[in-house]
Design a protein around this ligand. Structure first.
Ligand code: ZN
Length: 151
């Protein structure tokens, strides 16, 4: 299968059958992320336990297929990880879309690595990174909305 088809298939699959779409009761952290250039708007909700492990995560919102699929795949990956591991993965994802990630970083991204080809589509990069940026900001303890405006 060509990488382009794999990318399309994975994005489709996560849009048709998102595993982590919904609203959570009593999340530990909630943050909204918006990407005005495309119209993507997500609310990310995470639950962390006393050991700083992400025990559950959901997202809700509207937007293009890439933004929604990327958030769903991200949650697949970070549930069960510690705060610092999740932040490391976010760094790897940001590196991947800028073509600066190491092969180890890309491998650690598992299915999310299917979005690597997005680095050749600058208009879509903000869609793919929206969920990751929102997660980064909330796990770094920053408040306020995430917006890609002005980037
Ligand atoms: Zn988008």
């Amino acid at each position: 299968m060509e990488i382009k088809d794999l990318y399309r298939e994975i994005v489709n699959e996560h849009n048709l059958h998102p595993a982590h779409r919904g609203d959570m009761e009593a999340p530990t952290l909630v943050l909204q992320g918006v990407n005005p250039s495309c119209g993507d708007d997500i609310s990310l909700q995470l639950k962390l336990d006393e050991n700083d492990i992400v025990t559950d995560g959901l997202f809700n919102g509207t937007g293009c297929a890439v933004s929604q699929a990327s958030a769903d795949m991200m949650l697949d990956l970070i549930i069960g990880k510690s705060r610092s591991e999740a932040l490391e993965l976010a760094e790897g994802f940001m590196g991947m879309v800028r073509s600066t990630a190491t092969p180890e970083q890309i491998e650690a991204l598992d299915e999310s690595a299917a979005l690597e080809s997005i680095s050749h589509m600058p208009a879509r990069v903000k869609c793919a990174t929206l969920g990751w940026k929102t997660m980064q900001k909330m796990l770094n303890g920053e408040a306020g909305q995430v917006s890609t405006e002005g980037e």
